[in-house]
Design a protein around this ligand. Sequence first.
Ligand code: FRU
Length: 538
Amino acid sequence: DSFKQPYRTAYHFQPPKNWINDPNGPLSYKGLYHLFYQYNPKGAVWGNIVWAHSVSTDLVNWTPLDPAIFPSQPSDINGCWSGSATILHGNKPAILYTGIDPMNHQVQNIAYPKNLSDPFLREWIKSPKNPLMEPTSENKINASSFRDPTSGWLGKDGNWRIIIGSKRNTRGIAILYKSKDFINWIKSKHPLHSAKGTGMWECPDFFPVLKIGRFGVDTSLNSDDVRHVLKVSLDDKKHDYYLIGTYNDEKDKFVPDKGFEEENIEQILRYDYGKYYASKTFFDDGKNRRILLGWVNESSSVADDIKKGWSGIHTIPRTIWLHKSGKQLIQWPVVEVEKLRVNPVKWPTKILKGGELFPINGVTAAQADVEISFEVNNIREAEVLDKWTDPQILCSQKGTSVKSGLGPFGLLVFASKGLQEFTSVFFRIFIYQQKNLVLFCSDQSRSSLNKDNDMTTYGTFIDVDILHEKLSLRSLIDHSVVESFGGEGKACITSRVYPTLAINDKALIYAFNNGTTNVKITRLSAWSMKKAQLNGNL
Ligand code: FRU
């Protein structure tokens, strides 16, 4: 019941029990969204991996179906690992996924729906030609680092292309394969992209984004109107990094504007600066948008995961597009999640003086959606930062209780009445090289009295021009997760927290300013969130 399970989410996707990891093969077909995901049917730790399957009409309420893909042939007998869906000619979905064979080699397999007239795509048939791609002595592919095929895209020559994550020594690689028929695949001599020192590239994703506007486009589109995004999940770092660049489909080369080799890894953009991994996008042709799904692991101990009987959730699906600067992506929760909002609370403009803390009353604080915007004047009060510092380290050195001229200010969430526990999501403004620099942090260090949890602080710099723009924050709060969007979706930080006091109706939310200078709240809108049907009936 809810007392024993205060950490189960009400509107972030999770199955009734057991371990989950990566979202797999998301697709939309005949008016239904399909989500598959890495799942252990036997327990709350990783293992026995199958593709569990849920469907939805709105990306918020989900109905579980039987697992779609599970070990059944030699080419996947030791596990059905991550992969992607492609809609082939004639609106026929196909799934490419990594199988673990009897030698524990990673190989690539294909599966098709048994019955295309079933919108639920309940049954999947594997090709007798599996595996379609495998490590051999000729191709010299590392048999334990060859996984997670992407969705396919069509080149102008009419051939399909996919990439598969790999590494050679410590060089991360996106191995490129081409095919005419999606069955017979030929490995290209050159990878689509690679970078030394980055380690294994898990769950690559490669897709076009329009230079202008928020609409998404088909994965195969390549023209002067688009840029391309390559995302890789770095196994060594456990974060999802992305590069924006140009894809030349004659040479089959991706050239990033700023790549891993030119930049320090802390300068490479991430989808999320908190707990977030193994994400994947798909093009939602019904609504002309590209949607990003991601996995959020626990921050609790394995012993606690086993006790509660489950581990892992997914984020709220996010719409993504290229910011007009062309320099970064913007992410925003799909609009459908707003259907869960009830009992709005709005504040008139309010000055938040240095040291002030205001409760946001009238919302169910453990299950809420909060949007707040700040206007900052007195820019000259900001603290001077002498030398560039890793923002995550800066956030932990200068946490919630460390005052400065401008900040910290933001939200305290999952706060207990006496503030023995709280998680704070905040901004802090610096002057660095004569310009303003905005730091965006999620501080978990006081989130729980149970010290078995990982309570690492997360943070990033965020490119907001505070002289001309409001500084906005939106947090989706859901029992053990805080998914925060800074600067209208310019930076995201997702964290997992396990309060012992601030649970259910004992949780509180505050707006706070612990800096010495006043800031103005120009907008506060907060809602209680209804429960979604995460495992509902059809
Ligand atoms: C990423 C990952 C993938 C792999 C899958 C196995 O989290 O390690 O590389 O296919 O999970 O469950």
